[in-house]
Design a protein around this ligand. Sequence first.
Ligand SMILES: NC(=O)c1ccc[n+]([C@@H]2O[C@H](COP(=O)([O-])OP(=O)(O)OC[C@H]3O[C@@H](n4cnc5c(N)ncnc54)[C@H](O)[C@@H]3O)[C@@H](O)[C@H]2O)c1
Length: 213
Amino acid sequence: MAMAKPISIEVWNPSGKYRVVSTKSMPGMRWIRLLTDNDCRLEICTEPKTILSVDDILALIGDRCDGVIGQLTEDWGEVLFSALKRAGGTAFSNMAVGYNNVDVEAANRNGIAVGNTPGVLTETTAELAASLTLAAARRIVEADQFMRAGLYDGWLPHLFVGNLLKGQTVGVIGAGRIGSAYARMMIEGFKMNLIYYDLYQATRLEKFVTGKL
Ligand SMILES: NC(=O)c1ccc[n+]([C@@H]2O[C@H](COP(=O)([O-])OP(=O)(O)OC[C@H]3O[C@@H](n4cnc5c(N)ncnc54)[C@H](O)[C@@H]3O)[C@@H](O)[C@H]2O)c1
């Protein structure tokens, strides 16, 4: 197979027994310490390319690799999982709760365990959704562009009239961790009514809304 050009890496604990590759540098030091304390040689890709291709990742995996930490922008399917298996790898971890980019069947076929990171960004992402809701209802982005373009000439009764959220209905598709946290913020903070759709009944959320929790 044609190898992509060599990719720049940063190495931690070079004498570690297990070779672990991270396709990106990630925040903080705790994950690095956790790996190096557990006898891993960690190689972090430092290539200044936002999204790595499958060929780039094949080059990073190389001939011997025990595990990879990857990102949601990467295409983790049969090609990468079979390469990881050939390199002696047993684990892949996706730095995300969602795993749309991971072909779990292919991972299973190749005996690679897959990890994700649920829970850590629940409230953060719900706050971001609440921010976007307010920005849309209150036309913050449009108004900001208007001001910066120097178009503001004084207050007018119709200028950027927004929508009141209080008493309106918010719709949530997928009332899981993030959807439910967002729903609670909109109900508690803005006294909105809720309508949701999910494959399962969101019992805790329903109890929260009806005040029975
Ligand atoms: N910055 C971001 O934008 C950001 C950050 C973190 C997570 N996410 C995304 O948010 C998603 C949700 O994360 P979570 O922790 O709340 O997961 P979760 O598993 O707790 O919630 C997902 C919910 O969606 C429901 N669902 C699945 N298929 C459905 C369908 N076809 N119709 C309706 N509902 C369906 C599930 O039953 C579940 O309740 C992740 O998949 C991830 O891609 C985005």
